[in-house]
Design a protein around this ligand. Structure first.
Ligand SMILES: C[S@@+](CC[C@H](N)C(=O)[O-])C[C@H]1O[C@@H](n2cnc3c(N)ncnc32)[C@H](O)[C@@H]1O
Length: 427
């Protein structure tokens, strides 16, 4: 049994040799994702009270820096710190920052577990694709919690157990093939990497790995991509209970999934028998999410927000009629400017996602819903949006009760996709 520091050292050596991502071919996605998160979090968590201008931001395990540099470009007045224990990754991140003339970034070569030694405090921390590589992820999260402002938030992405079944099967197969060599030489050879790549390419079409073999993570066979996916020194998969447990063990509070719809049965099933029986089963929220994850079976990532236990972010849950007094804002999660009619479905429009994991489908809405959402601006209440003549013209309901139910339903669907955030205003 290896001890924790030995595992950490193996991971460090891996990223010294194979910094990842090795020049991201699809630079737009991670940057949109993380810089988008930051803007959204200012609204969702702080209801506009903390401005992105003055934020102290940490990218914990920043790697080659694509998300960090993107955040620095999107928020030029924020103070942005990158921490990683791979110097070759940090070098690439520094060069990326120089290429983009980014000035508001600083880098530290440090293990996440030693973050408190920096003596810094942060409002927002991104830990994307990192904690599952620590020998003790909860200890890493605790160290991040220790440098978090009491009102701060951590955006975390962890690998999902079930959606990556094929990856973990191949990782295990490769461990068996490489075990004798691994004892003699701790570093990976070119032949081991080539074998891993070829094996992934040649699995039969029904193998759970088949759909991923040509995915962007493999980076067209670039060594760093293959190593990160298939030959990782420490890759701990998470399911729903493991996510909650890690937060608890770290003394942090799970606040919300970034995209809650992935954790709801009715996002995957519409048979009334199944859904009614689920409703009668008296399960806790976590059990319902666990059931959805198991029944769906494809979730390869968990993205969520953790906060310190004493922080209570504003709760904008939509209940009967309360939406009328709220102010809201549409978010950059959805490409409202690319909304198009759905072919073959009359009166239905699709708003595509800009940032979302695992190719979730667009938000499909009817014409009155599009008009209602399309007229939302932060300056007026949702009741005032509803009363606008252009919206009124499209509303198909007669009674206020019908409107209440329909708008509530629409807002909940939009919230599940982070398509909309509510703003705190005294009205
Ligand atoms: C998969 S890469 C992710 C990089 C970046 N967050 C991204 O999303 O592109 C994981 C990074 O975490 C770093 N890392 C892993 N364990 C670490 C630890 N204990 N302390 C500091 N950095 C660590 C690695 O060096 C590597 O750069």
């Amino acid at each position: 049994m290896k001890d924790l520091s030995e595992i950490r050292e193996q991971v460090r050596r891996q990223y010294e040799q194979f910094p990842y991502p090795d020049c991201d071919p699809d630079w737009d996605r991670p940057q949109l994702l993380v810089s988008g998160h930051l803007g959204l979090m200012c609204e969702v968590l702080w209801a506009g009270k903390k401005s992105p201008k003055d934020l102290r931001v940490l990218d914990a395990g920043c790697g080659t820096g694509s998300a960090l540099v993107a955040m620095a470009m999107a928020f030029p007045d924020a103070d942005i710190v990158g921490v990683d224990f791979s110097e070759t990754s940090l070098d690439k991140a520094r060069r990326l920052a120089e290429t983009h003339h980014v000035k508001n970034v600083r880098f530290y070569n440090r293990a996440i577990e030693q973050l408190p030694e920096l003596g810094l405090t942060f409002d927002f921390v991104s830990a994307s694709g990192v904690l599952h590589h620590l020998p003790d992820p909860a200890a890493g999260l605790k160290a991040i919690g220790d440098v978090l402002d009491p009102q701060g938030a951590i955006s975390i992405m962890l690998y999902g157990k079930y959606g990556r079944t094929g990856v973990y099967m191949l990782q295990e197969a490769l461990r068996l093939v490489n075990q004798a060599e691994a004892q003699a030489a701790p570093t990976l050879s070119g032949e081991q990497i080539r074998f891993a790549y070829q094996l992934a390419q040649q699995v039969p079409p029904r193998h759970p790995m088949a759909s991923r073999s040509r995915g962007r993570e493999m980076q067209e066979g670039k060594e760093a991509g293959v190593v990160d996916l298939l030959l990782h020194a420490n890759d701990i998969p998470f399911d729903v209970p493991a996510v909650y447990k890690m937060c608890e063990d770290a003394g942090m509070r799970f606040y919300r999934w970034l995209f809650p719809l992935i954790y709801k049965m009715d996002s995957f099933f519409n048979d009334p028998f199944l859904l009614n029986r689920m409703a009668k089963a008296k399960m806790s929220r976590q059990q319902q999410e666990e059931t959805a994850e198991l029944a769906h079976g494809r979730n390869s990532k968990h993205s969520f927000i953790a906060v310190r236990p004493e922080f209570s972010p504003p709760d904008f849950s939509i209940t009967a009629g309360n939406w009328r007094k709220l102010h809201a804002k549409l978010t950059p999660c959805m490409a409202w400017n690319r909304t198009l009619p759905v072919p073959g479905k009359e009166n239905l429009y699709a708003v595509p996602f800009t940032i979302i994991q695992d190719a979730w489908g667009p938000l499909e809405i009817s014409r009155w819903q599009l008009m209602f959402l399309g007229h939302i601006t932060p300056d007026i209440t949702l009741e005032q949006v509803l009363r606008l003549p252009a919206v009124q013209k499209e509303i198909p309901f007669k009674s206020e009760k019908e409107i209440d139910t329909a708008v509530e339903d629409l807002l909940k669907r939009a919230m599940d996709r982070l398509a909309i955030v509510f703003l705190e205003r005294n009205e």
